[in-house]
Design a protein around this ligand. Structure first.
Ligand code: DX5
Ligand code: ZN
Length: 223
């Protein structure tokens, strides 16, 4: 199966979110990536339930919700009720991660765990079978438009090798600084879900960027 493309609406035009979501509906995007930031876990505040439920009313694709917040357990039910398909929490924000993952699944959502750039893959050793997706941050979370951190490739390779043995259906999502120049190498390293914000929404032809990302073939030799 082709990779999944999850455009991040953090880079969309908030004064006209309707048009940008309609564009995603018509595009080859698979999911819609929603970045929720609390100003505590990350040094920025984005948006919460009112925006999520507004997007849900328009979007025809599943909502891929990335929670960059402390104490996410308090809000999981409300995110599920507001239409989250995938609910991803940060390893660094969850002292009882196993419990949090079970709560997400009990709410009927897919469960994702995100790792900051400095957090090694090895911390997932006792939970890798339990999760539907691991989100590997390829920038420090908090802002769109940052530069991709190359150490990410090594982490993807490590995780894909583990997943092949222990959770073959695990999604590996890459978030931060993804663009048409690095996407093929990310897929070849073992990623299968690509988040992109500025690479898509800052381009004059966003649908064509989504199409390019969707149709890259990791089985071909890179140039
Ligand atoms: C960063 C967010 C990302 C961000 C990606 O904290 O998690 O999803 O929107 O934006 P780009 O693709 O512009 O780096
Ligand atoms: Zn994100």
């Amino acid at each position: 199966m082709n990779q999944l493309i999850s455009p991040s609406v953090l880079a969309a035009n908030f004064a006209n979110l309707n048009d940008d979501i309609l564009m995603l509906n018509q595009s080859e995007a698979d999911w819609v990536h929603i970045d929720v930031m609390d100003g505590v876990f990350v040094p920025n505040i984005s948006f919460g339930f009112p925006v999520l439920s507004a997007v849900k009313k328009i979007a025809t694709k599943p909502l891929d919700v990335h929670l960059m917040i402390i104490e996410p357990d308090k809000y999981l039910a409300e995110f599920a009720a507001n239409g989250a398909y995938m609910l991803t929490v940060h390893y660094e924000a969850c002292p009882h991660l196993h419990c949090t993952v079970q709560k997400i699944k009990a709410l009927g959502c897919k469960a994702g765990v995100a790792l900051n750039p400095h957090t090694p893959i090895s911390v997932l050793d006792d939970i890798v079978e339990e999760v539907d997706m691991v989100l590997i941050m390829s920038v420090n979370p908090g802002f769109g438009g940052q530069t991709f951190i190359p150490n990410t490739y090594k982490k993807i390779q490590q995780l894909r090798a583990i997943a092949n043995q222990r959770n073959p259906n695990l999604h590996i999502e890459i978030d931060g600084g993804v663009n048409v120049a690095n996407a093929l190498a990310l897929l070849q390293a073992g990623a299968d879900v690509l988040v992109a914000g500025n690479a898509i929404f800052s381009h004059a032809q966003p649908k064509s960027i989504i199409s390019t990302l969707k149709n890259l073939n990791p089985n071909t030799q890179s140039a």
